[in-house]
Design a protein around this ligand. Structure first.
Ligand code: ATP
Length: 372
């Protein structure tokens, strides 16, 4: 058991290879990859600049890990090109081995050597250097992640968060120009995850490598990323800043992936859609186009008093969720039935069940997409 874990750790730690010099960037160009008849990645291009953190997000099975493994050299490239630090490291039929690519890797299970102490784990990727230099760089890297006091501890005596930080120190120690992190926080419980994620963000920013992080958690991506790349079925759906993806989603999938939405149907007339909450702009869609309107819960502003410019709604339930309150509402759907909506208000806003509130809509967070 220990031997197998050690072997796996060795394989992975071996990938934390020395920096190769040159511009510290990662570029994946027109990459396609299939496992027999399953196409995991389809003609995908993505680049990460020096000092930039890019988060790759998407639902389970969309191809995130495959793309990261291709960048690391853990999968053989089938189509496309991969460039690291200005150097072509993979073409179909010609692929540099992982340890020569200048990438640091952090995996979900950390993959530390169970039989080596923390310092020796971090020194592993520095074996090509004189011993004194190995010690100095490893100690420096541990200090950077706040683990200097644990140099002689063994992995099994550390908490999950501490192990994650050691894995990060090991990946950073050789100062690779590219860092690849695959679901690095998913083994941690919720409260620890927030804390370790925060520390990791600061360490990554201080390190300045081109960093690609795989996560399935949109909030985590928004927390960490300078730029987010959203994947679906092996393709890139949208790429941009967290604000772009949240406030300007390109399709209904992207809108729903980054946050809860209320859904309504409608038809475009004069560049607008009439909904039970009022008119929503649809400037680029032609008349008579059937559409889905997606409205974020925080776009529904509620007031306790009646307002002529708002829509009356019956409160079905209201719950404080910490920083916001979630209010379940029922409104007339315009066809004799009732439409159920969620509104999110800042702080504590808990109107009584069966009372009435007035909704006014912030249409900047209402997104209209033509039905396919
Ligand atoms: P998750 O978030 O669940 O880890 P993911 O987005 O990282 O998913 P991948 O692990 O890249 O997705 O998988 C993409 C597709 O390729 C899936 O359909 C998966 O079943 C398939 N796949 C991945 N690795 C292999 C493999 N070694 N052999 C066969 N199929 C694979």
């Amino acid at each position: 058991m220990v031997a197998r874990a050690a072997h796996r750790a060795r394989q992975r730690a071996d990938l934390s290879s020395p920096a190769t010099g040159g511009a510290a960037t990662l570029a994946l160009e027109h990459v396609t990859h299939a496992f027999e008849d399953v196409v995991a990645v389809r003609d995908l291009s993505l680049s990460v600049a020096e000092g930039e953190i890019v988060c790759l997000v998407g639902p389970s099975g969309c191809g995130k890990s495959t793309l990261l493994r291709l960048a690391a050299g853990l999968e053989t490239l089938q189509q496309g090109r991969i460039v690291i630090g200005g150097r072509e490291v993979a073409l179909p039929g010609r692929s540099e081995p992982p340890e020569r690519r200048g990438v640091g890797l952090v995996f979900q299970d950390y993959a530390l050597f169970p039989h080596l102490d923390v310092l020796a784990n971090v020194r592993f990727g520095l074996r090509h250097l004189p011993v004194a230099e190995q010690r100095r760089l490893a100690a420096e890297s541990l200090d950077r992640v706040g683990m200097a006091g644990f140099a002689h501890a063994f992995p099994h005596t550390l908490s999950g968060g501490q192990q994650q930080r050691v894995a990060l120190a090991r990946a950073l120690a050789p100062r690779p120009p590219v860092l690849l992190l695959d679901e690095p926080f998913s083994g941690l419980d919720v409260s620890l995850r927030a804390q370790v994620r925060d520390q990791t963000l600061h360490v990554l920013k201080a390190h300045g490598a081109a960093t690609l992080v795989v996560t399935h958690d949109p909030e985590e991506a928004m927390f960490l990323a300078d730029r987010i790349a959203l994947m679906r079925d092996g393709r890139l759906v949208q790429e941009g800043s967290p604000v772009d993806l949240y406030m300007r989603p390109l399709d209904a999938f992207a809108a729903a992936f980054f946050g809860e939405v209320n859904r309504m149907s409608g038809v475009v007339r004069d560049e607008q859609v009439e909904t039970p909450l009022g008119l929503v702009p649809a400037p680029e869609l032609s008349d008579a186009t059937p559409v889905t309107v997606l409205i974020r819960p925080e776009a529904l502003h509620l007031s306790l008093s009646e307002r002529i410019d708002g829509v009356p709604a019956r409160v079905e339930a209201a719950r404080l969720l910490g920083r916001t309150s979630l209010v379940h509402l029922g409104i007339e759907d315009g066809a004799g039935g009732e439409l159920h909506l969620h509104a999110r208000m800042p702080g504590q806003f808990l109107p009584a069940e069966d009372s009435f509130v007035t909704i006014s809509l912030d249409s900047r967070q209402a997104f209209v997409f033509a039905d396919e």
